[in-house]
Design a protein around this ligand. Sequence first.
Ligand code: FAD
Length: 278
Amino acid sequence: MNTPVPVSFEFFPPKTDVGYEKLLKAHDELKVANPEFFSVTYGAGGSTQERTINTVIELNQRGVPAAPHLSCIGSKADAIRDLLIKYQNAGIKRIVALRGDLPSGMMGTGGDFNYASDLVAFVKAEFGKAFHIEVAAYPEMHPQAPNLDKDIDNFVAKAKAGADSAITQYFYNVNAYKHFVDEVRRRDCDIDIVPGIMPITNYSNLARFSDACGADIPRWMRQALQTCGDDVSRIQRIGLNFVVDLCQELIAAGAPKLHFYSMNQSAPTLAILERLKA
Ligand code: FAD
């Protein structure tokens, strides 16, 4: 399948064998879009870390590069170094470097890193150019930042610590992306800022995720999706139209690539790509 710009896809590590089989199926189906890479998320502070490692190493052997997300909050430098050596030995060449969030109830960091920029600087210092380093960007501002300007300053400092490119939190306001990119460029930083795209398949899940991560669903979109009630096929049809328009506007605005939060499913993302190629 031809895509208008290069694409990549994100997975989360499944908890069960059945979930793992589904992920492998989605992976193989998404390969038709010739993705640049698949990434696999990582839980800060424990629980899913081993599953991320195993999943990413296995996916990397299936023909398309795989990239682990790696969060540093609460971690010791030695443990991060050991993990990166393991990835390097497994042929991994790209990582998504994050601060992460400690699970509620865990106080302080107890680790060697305060911010993602510390992790980026550490990876550069210890591994040079062995890894392409992706970092996170927030066109609608990271929820804990004091204001957008300061958050963009912090983003640029993280990029200048050695990041190669960035993937954004998902958003549905193209102007937020344009403003963010303009402000980053104004600060003499030219790394690719790749929009993260969340397909819309279920309104209540989307509203819950969005509240948690600070992504705004514009009022008119909320209203249109809310009026669908439980009519899943209508939500999916309207959601598909919204997201296809969003991707087209982002490409017109100069987005260099698109990164899809696949939620371990192929069909919603492939439906978007099918419409974009026309
Ligand atoms: P940072 O870049 O460190 O920023 C965090 C906050 O600190 C921001 O408010 C920033 O403005 C501020 N800040 C940065 N530097 C400084 C400084 N020097 N002084 C003062 N303030 C500063 N979470 C996971 O747990 N696992 C994942 O796999 C995962 N994948 C993600 C993928 C993407 C593409 C995105 C966008 C997010 C992902 N997250 C993941 C969520 C992420 O971990 C959280 O949003 C976390 O709260 C911030 O991580 P960060 O790397 O953006 O942090």
